[in-house]
Design a protein around this ligand. Structure first.
Ligand SMILES: [Zn+2]
Length: 334
């Protein structure tokens, strides 16, 4: 398939899960698709994309070399979640309830005629209640012709063993961060940004979007200024939280994001201290790192990093963001 003809989803899969994409291309071409799969792996590893791609490839009106075109009416409707023969179930509230599975099975028996192909996608499958799982089990025990079920999960250990054992399990590996960084650089993103974005996201789309956001670049600037104050042991670091930081941080997630950025600068500082220049991410700050590294002992740098990691734990325990940041400022500017 030439690059121009590939749609966005296929491109994403090519980069994230090239082996799995190739494996399923072959499986579909050779008509060896089994009735039930369990896709498991971390968030952002391409499970949903591959599941939809399989559905598209089974229904595409303009297959190209045996693969979904991504542009025909069927492909577009499947991508938007509005194609009648591809049913999707995701948690209703916190769980997938038995009614949801029953509805799915009822629909199946209604249209379960010879030659009518059906695909079922179940997201967050670990959230099925026990009764929902048992209801699904009867389907797995007597699969109908031309019916395919794809369960997706980030926690396969939370899925009943009886379900797991009836599915073919497909593991989605976490994206190689270095490869992701290199891909981002090839797309014209500066080296330092590419490395940061690769570290804090799991896929290229997410990274590219973040790179376009003012928030990312603004956070970087503020983090760097705060880092300089703390490593210079400037008491202003404490006040800076209220005057300059809180404004740009809306919630807990922003807080994690911000502290991860901060840790990056400390890691670079540690690399500078140990003369591991190659590992430094923000090379444009090289001179400044050297200046700071001369004043701080390695133990001090690691103590600062521990304070930040503790701050992340406190955030998790629902301590207010401003309090967490002030605590870090106090601890690190002593
Ligand atoms: Zn198509």
């Amino acid at each position: 398939m030439t690059k121009e003809r590939m749609d966005g989803v296929t491109q994403l899969l090519m980069r994230q899960q090239p082996e799995l994409l190739e494996r399923f291309q072959r499986t579909i071409q050779e008509k060896r698709l089994v009735h039930a799969y369990l896709f498991e792996g971390a968030r952002g590893t391409g499970k949903e994309e591959l599941a939809r791609w399989i559905a598209q490839t089974l229904f595409c009106e303009e297959l190209q070399d045996g693969q979904a075109c991504g542009h025909c009416n069927h492909c577009l409707r499947i991508a938007a979640g509005g194609f009648p023969d591809v049913a999707e179930i995701s948690p209703d509230g916190n769980t997938i309830k038995v009614n949801q599975v029953r509805e799915l099975k009822a629909e199946l028996s209604k249209s379960g005629m010879e030659g009518s192909r059906k695909v079922y996608l179940i997201y967050d499958a670990e959230k099925m209640t026990v009764s929902a799982s048992n209801s699904l089990l009867t389907f797995l025990e007597e699969p109908q012709n031309d019916t395919y079920l794809i369960l997706m999960t980030t926690a396969k250990e939370n899925i009943l063993p009886t379900i797991r054992s009836r599915c073919q399990i497909v593991h989605f590996q976490v994206v190689n961060k270095q490869a992701l960084g290199e891909t981002l650089e090839a797309q014209g993103i500066q080296h330092e940004n590419a490395a940061l974005l690769a570290a804090i996201t799991n896929n290229q789309e997410e990274a590219l979007l973040l790179n376009q956001e003012e928030r990312f670049h603004e956070s970087k600037k503020r983090t760097w200024a705060w880092f300089q104050l703390m490593t210079d042991k400037n008491p202003q670091a404490f006040v800076f939280v209220q005057t300059d930081l809180m404004d740009g941080l809306k919630d807990k997630n922003d807080g994690y994001f911000f502290l991860d950025l901060l840790l990056f600068y400390y890691r670079d500082l540690l690399y500078t201290k140990y003369s591991n220049k190659q590992a430094i991410v923000n090379k444009n700050h090289g001179k400044e790192y050297e200046r700071i590294a001369e004043k701080l002992h390695p133990q001090e740098i690691t103590r600062h990093m521990e304070n930040i990691l503790n701050g992340k734990k406190h955030l998790e325990a629902n301590v207010q963001l401003q309090g967490v940041l002030e605590e870090i400022a106090l601890g690190n500017s002593l």
